[in-house]
Design a protein around this ligand. Structure first.
Ligand SMILES: NC(=O)C1=CN([C@@H]2O[C@H](COP(=O)(O)OP(=O)(O)OC[C@H]3O[C@@H](n4cnc5c(N)ncnc54)[C@H](OP(=O)(O)O)[C@@H]3O)[C@@H](O)[C@H]2O)C=CC1
Ligand SMILES: Nc1nc(=O)c2c([nH]1)NC[C@@H]1CN(c3ccc(C(=O)N[C@@H](CCC(=O)O)C(=O)O)cc3)C=[N+]21
Ligand SMILES: [Mg+2]
Length: 318
């Protein structure tokens, strides 16, 4: 098989870097071509609604990035910036309006939400075929059952594509997911299981994490603990996907993004590694666009089959 065009071998004999930014650009281009084809066949221009509650500066940057990339893919974006004081009932009312809006094919509610709002209740209110984050019970169930008509959470989907650039067939590999959130760790573990890996999921209560990590051929880290994973934890030649993003202040008063991996250490031991920035982050956004395209296709199909089309799909799939 031809080597992936997204691998950047190290000039100093360290880990080969997986170029998530280049992969995301290529995927976004493919999505934009598919969107143009869909629209040429008479479908509405796919629209993505992003809802942000409160004013977390980091979230605002991601939300702006998403809007820019959405336009690059030939889709429409609808931003809803709500104040921190928004009630759960008000947010639920907005979700109902977006569920019924024919211009909106994808809905994403940015996490975390303020403490007075239950994220599970809100994500479950999104119509399953518009749930481009894949976090509701229906899409979570579809993923767990290996059904093809589901929407898979964007970050784990992007991580899987980055892993496939290294090795298309992961059968029998030992995979470790560090972090067990609904957003990243849990769906990541499901995807690796589907790839026939032997999967371990670690979290704050895990004992002997360094020892467990040294057994892993594939490590996906999503904890939000900057530089948690040290070089001594890594099996030589392993593939390491760094999901973490933390903005750390620098002595000069500026800030820089760091991952959950101690990059200079791990770079010396790993076989393949994703950088931060330029690794998982851009792939998350490209996969969000891919899911919005998929959502638009699901809704076009449901439209042909009548109002209950999507529900019927689910029933017949089981
Ligand atoms: N690049 C991208 O596209 C994205 C990046 N992120 C980043 O990824 C990171 C994780 O995000 P998210 O999953 O939402 O975070 P959460 O805080 O929701 O989850 C973190 C998980 O890591 C576990 N954990 C925390 N500390 C440790 C530790 N010392 N050892 C082992 N496990 C630990 C927690 O365990 P427990 O459950 O027991 O508390 C929890 O399961 C953040 O930096 C976030 O910014 C997130 C989404 C997308
Ligand atoms: N419902 C929900 N779904 C999410 O997918 C979700 C979320 N909530 N809450 C926050 C996290 C975080 N997240 C990122 C997306 C893109 C970059 C990204 O583009 N990163 C660039 C750099 C960006 C920069 O410079 O700040 C990079 O890593 O190269 C990062 C992080 C999605 N998240
Ligand atoms: Mg450390």
């Amino acid at each position: 098989m031809a080597a992936s065009p997204f691998l950047r071998p190290s000039p100093t004999d360290g880990a080969t870097l997986i170029d998530g930014k280049a992969m995301a650009n290529a995927l976004t281009r493919e999505v934009s071509e598919a969107v143009a084809e869909l629209v040429a066949k008479g479908a509405p221009v796919p629209g993505l609604a992003v809802v942000l509650v409160g004013n977390d500066p980091a979230s605002e940057i991601y939300v702006k990035n998403k809007a820019i990339q959405t336009h690059r893919a030939g889709m429409r974006s609808f931003m809803h910036m709500l104040p921190e004081s928004t009630t759960q009932a008000e947010l639920m009312a907005l979700v109902s309006v977006l569920n019924a809006d024919p211009q909106v094919q994808g809905i994403l509610v940015q996490l975390p939400l303020p403490p007075h709002i239950d994220p599970v209740v809100v994500t479950n209110a999104i119509h399953p075929d518009k749930d481009v984050d894949g976090l509701g019970v229906v899409n979570t169930g579809r993923l767990a059952l290996g059904m093809k008509n589901g929407l898979v959470p964007c970050t784990p989907l992007g991580c899987l594509m980055l892993l496939q650039a290294v090795q298309a067939d992961m059968t029998g590999r030992q995979a470790l997911v560090i972090g067990a959130s609904n957003l990243v760790g849990k769906p990541m573990a499901q995807l690796l299981l589907q790839q026939n890996c032997t999967v371990t999921v670690a979290h704050v209560h895990t004992r002997n994490l360094p020892e467990i990590c040294r057994e892993a051929d594939i490590v996906v880290v999503a904890t939000g603990k900057p530089r948690l994973v040290e070089g001594s934890w890594i099996k030589p030649g392993a593939t390491v996907i760094d999901v973490g993003i933390t903005r750390l202040p620098q002595p000069d008063g500026r800030s820089r993004l760091v991952g959950d991996v101690n990059f200079p250490e791990v770079e010396k031991v790993a076989g393949y590694l994703t950088p931060v920035p330029g690794g998982v982050g851009p792939m998350t956004i490209a996969c969000l666009l891919l899911n919005t395209l998929k959502a638009a296709r699901l809704q076009k199909k449901a439209g042909r089959e009548g109002e209950e089309g999507a529900e019927q799909d689910l029933g017949s799939g089981i």
